[in-house]
Design a protein around this ligand. Structure first.
Ligand SMILES: Nc1ncnc2c1ncn2[C@@H]1O[C@H](COP(=O)(O)OP(=O)(O)OP(=O)(O)O)[C@@H](O)[C@H]1O
Ligand SMILES: [Mg+2]
Length: 211
């Protein structure tokens, strides 16, 4: 009995199990299913300035790919319009998520950025993974708490006012708010610390859209 308990503890404390995770918002784990698309990027391979066009192309590609599977019958003007609307929503959101991951990832961690998309019933989910420095994770979690505890319209006005006082900021804090206000998106996050030889912190941002 003691031996089994000892082994159990040993197994529990192996390096792969020493993980801490913290979840916020409406995070849903990605189910293991066959139909999905994952794109991977190396944050340090190309300077960030050269990424912008690439992000737009990746976002459009993902939107077009997913559109094939949208449960919308294209048999009239309304459905064609709905399809175009969904495509543009996915493209906008994928682009915002990629921009965020490229802007805020910990480049020194050499951890890949991935964009994973899937369709489950009438829900589209996009997941983006990136590494993150502990100080940025703390700032991000404070931002998420503010986002979850505020009225989105009021917070939008507050952010617009704050931005008016700062010139040329590329952290205007409007990306997630726009997803909520304009596309009724549900958002969730999972922060993860993997305690290997040198601990790496990662964040997965999930956005869910109803078709
Ligand atoms: N993938 C991420 N990794 C680390 N921090 C992030 C990530 N995404 C967002 N953040 C943090 O959350 C904040 C809010 O993100 P959001 O996209 O809403 O606005 P923004 O990127 O600041 O500006 P905008 O999207 O309007 O250009 C960011 O300023 C950043 O601090
Ligand atoms: Mg952003």
């Amino acid at each position: 009995m003691i031996q089994i308990f000892g082994n159990f503890l040993d197994n529990l404390l192996t390096k792969d199990n020493l993980e801490k995770a913290e979840v916020f918002g409406d995070f849903v784990e990605r189910p293991q299913q066959e139909e999905h698309l994952t794109l991977g990027f190396s944050p340090s391979a190309i300077p960030i300035r050269k990424r912008w066009r690439n992000n737009g192309l990746s976002a459009d590609y993902v939107a077009n790919y997913l559109a094939t599977f949208f449960p919308i019958k294209v048999d009239g003007y309304d459905s064609i319009e709905k399809l175009a609307e969904m495509k543009s929503a996915v493209s906008y959101i994928a682009n915002e998520l990629l921009e965020n991951s490229m802007k805020y990832a910990d480049e020194t961690a050499l951890y890949p950025i991935t964009l994973h998309t899937q369709l489950e019933g009438d829900k589209i989910r996009l997941f983006v993974d990136n590494s993150i420095l502990p100080a940025q994770a703390e700032y991000f979690q404070d931002f998420i708490k503010e986002l979850m505890n505020s009225d989105p319209d009021e917070l939008l006005i507050r952010k617009l006012e704050e931005n008016a006082e700062v010139e040329n900021s590329d952290s205007s804090g409007l990306g997630f708010l726009t997803m909520i206000n304009d596309y009724s998106a549900k958002l969730g996050w999972k922060f993860h610390t993997v305690e290997k030889d040198s601990p790496i912190m990662t964040v997965t941002t999930m956005v869910e859209l109803a078709i």
